[in-house]
Write a protein that binds this ligand. Structure first.
Ligand code: ADP
Ligand code: MG
Length: 319
């Protein structure tokens, strides 16, 4: 059972990147407006996510790292939060040393919980409102898992890419990533254009057009680059669905490119950040363990709406 548990935990968190994604999702679910991430040693020595969200009430803290403990799930058919399996904190407590420090704003004292494999200790401390989750010695007792880890610099690059997507999709929040004590990505609350500036630099921010339009049940909002800001790769095309950054189905990327039509040289892709809002019942986020993919109802019709709205936005803006 010990081995089975470690294998199951390893499917939820197999590398520092997974831990960052799960903890940032928790911070967003908690309604945080400020999210700070710290990594040391590529996240293996220390990985911390701190937020100013709702916190966990004292009487529920010791439940949080139990398997399948979630305060979120109301119905699998209508998932509105980013987390819903109740496995992330549990898996992190299996994979390393977890320290959870949390306080709802209305509660006087904070609670600090330390969990490592089977053992859990809880004590009252003082701390600002919100939640901080730290993991040290990630995979420290799992040599096989440790051996398959990327070099710290490579893992950090992946984390920067992941957090860039969060910044682009949640520009009204305050974000900070610190790597080995050095600031690596920072964003002060603003709009999507500001987020493009934080991630790709101020020059790029000046070359994007804003878009906010509706077709059928789809609301499409975000920015599109002017046609001159293009790249041969699609790595600057960013999508979110109902607030969750996703790896877009290729059909949606193609729909955006087709929306540019002859404005875009063949083989080129634009920079875009497109937030799709759809009825929750048309979106199933439960198709991939890393939750980066979503299943969307009636993709061909959706792609048609997207292409139409992109082409309309480009034709009504002075380019
Ligand atoms: P899930 O997100 O799927 O519910 P997790 O294991 O990630 O499962 O978290 C377990 C529970 O702990 C959550 O349902 C939530 O109640 C609480 N929790 C975790 N992180 C935070 C946070 N940053 N702020 C507030 N509550 C949190
Ligand atoms: Mg979660």
């Amino acid at each position: 059972p010990e081995i089975a548990r470690q294998i199951a935990a390893g499917e939820v968190v197999s590398r520092p990147l997974d831990a960052v994604r799960e903890l940032v999702d928790n911070a967003l679910d908690a309604g945080a407006t400020r999210i700070e991430i710290e990594l040391e040693g590529g996240g293996l020595r220390l990985l911390r996510v701190r937020d100013n969200g709702v916190g966990i009430p004292e009487d529920q803290v010791s439940l949080a790292p139990l398997r399948h403990a979630t305060s979120k799930l109301e119905s699998v058919e209508r998932v509105t939060t980013l987390g819903f399996r109740g496995e992330a904190l549990w898996a992190l407590a299996q994979a390393g040393r977890l320290t959870l420090l949390t306080r709802p704003a209305a509660q006087l004292g904070a609670v600090q919980l330390e969990a490592h494999q089977g053992s859990v200790t809880v004590r009252r401390v003082s701390a600002p409102a919100g939640t901080s989750v730290s993991i040290t010695e990630l995979f420290g007792h799992l040599p096989a898992r440790l051996r398959t880890q990327a070099a710290p610099a490579a893992e950090v690059r992946e984390v920067v890419t992941l957090l860039s997507r969060y910044v682009l999709h949640h520009p009204v929040l305050h974000w900070r990533l610190t790597v080995d004590g050095e600031p690596r990505l920072q964003h002060a609350p603003g709009d999507v254009r500001g987020a493009v500036g934080s991630v790709y630099g101020p020059l790029s921010a000046n070359r994007v057009l804003k878009l906010d339009a509706q077709a059928g049940t789809l609301r499409l909002e975000g920015v599109l680059s002017r046609p001159e800001l293009t790249r041969p790769r699609r790595d600057r095309m960013h999508f979110s669905v109902n607030g969750r950054p996703v790896l877009a189905p290729p059909e949606l990327e193609k729909a955006v490119i087709d929306g540019y039509a002859e404005l875009l040289p063949a083989g080129q892709a634009p920079l875009c950040v497109l937030n799709l809002t759809l009825p929750p019942e048309d979106v199933n986020p439960n198709v991939h363990p890393a939750k980066a993919h979503v299943a969307l109802a009636d993709l061909p019709a959706l792609a048609e709406h997207v292409q139409h709205l992109v082409s309309q936005a480009l034709s009504t803006h002075p380019l």
